[in-house]
Design a protein around this ligand. Structure first.
Ligand SMILES: [Zn+2]
Length: 270
């Protein structure tokens, strides 16, 4: 949880998440998140008046440092996408994801959506408030279900229109207003591949900062119906056995973990 926004001081010590343009600052030669006393790190950014405490990692405070667009363009080659952190420094992905989401929230909630006045940052929780009309905003989190569907010794894998070519994954989609997570699973599966599923089991969740999803994972079993693909979303989808699995989502993602879990069940079903 964010504790508060604090006045910047050169002596502050912490992990420094410098976020800009959907990327994070990983300076050479090590490409690590900078950690230490700010004045010792010689980072090429003018610190803003305030920095934001966003948590603690390995006993050290994590700060979000916001920079200007100009500073970003001067040092763009030392900024990397979040997937780099997920694959190369997975233990730090969680706080980098949080830093990104806090940065996005602060940038996109400067003015009241109700009356248009300037918003004020509340210092004891992560929220902004409009003094004239009392409208209060919290960071946006968009729940998105993701489900691994097994039919005996096979798993349903699909290639989405937005996936890397040749990379297969499982069915996912955003929860709609007024819908339960389970209803969202049944609706998305029906819309995207035309089948019915049963025996839904909650698996786990993962924040996914692209830009503010919370992936909620389920396993399910095939119930009935033939595959009918939604052409707008799915390029191809089919049932795959352990002996002919295509390239799938990496294990660092909840999709990869759901596929790994389902493969265990497929082995047992053989
Ligand atoms: Zn207002």
């Amino acid at each position: 949880m964010i504790q508060h926004s604090i006045n910047f001081k050169q002596e502050l010590e912490g992990w420094w998440c410098v976020i800009a343009n959907h990327k994070v600052y990983l300076p050479s030669p090590n490409n690590n998140i900078p950690c230490g006393v700010f004045s010792d790190l010689a980072m090429p950014f003018t610190p803003p008046e305030q920095v934001h405490e966003i948590g603690v990692f390995e006993g050290v405070t994590v700060y979000l440092l916001q920079i200007t667009d100009q500073e970003f363009s001067q040092h763009e080659t030392e900024f990397f996408g979040f997937r780099t952190v997920l694959f190369e420094q997975p233990d730090k992905f969680e706080f980098v994801a949080r830093a990104f989401q806090v940065d996005l929230f602060l940038r996109t909630h400067q003015f009241c959506g109700q009356c248009g006045e300037k918003m004020t940052l509340i210092d004891w929780e992560l929220a902004t408030q409009c003094k004239p009309c009392n409208h209060r905003c919290y960071p946006r989190i968009s729940p998105c279900i993701i489900v691994a569907i097994r039919n005996k010794e096979k798993i349903l894998l699909a290639q989405g229109v937005h996936h890397k070519p040749g990379q297969f994954s499982i069915i996912a989609g955003f929860v709609e207003s007024g819908e339960t997570l389970e209803q969202a699973v049944h609706r998305e599966v029906g819309e995207e591949v035309g089948i019915k599923v049963k025996n839904l089991k909650y698996f786990g969740s993962q924040p996914w900062p692209f830009p503010h999803s919370l992936m909620v994972g389920y396993t399910a079993e095939y119930d009935s119906g033939e595959l009918v693909l939604c052409e707008k979303e799915i390029l191809s989808a089919d049932w795959y056995g352990l002996d002919n699995m295509p390239s799938t989502a990496p294990i660092q993602s909840i999709a990869g973990q759901l596929i790994a879990q389902t493969k265990k069940m497929m082995k047992l079903a053989q």
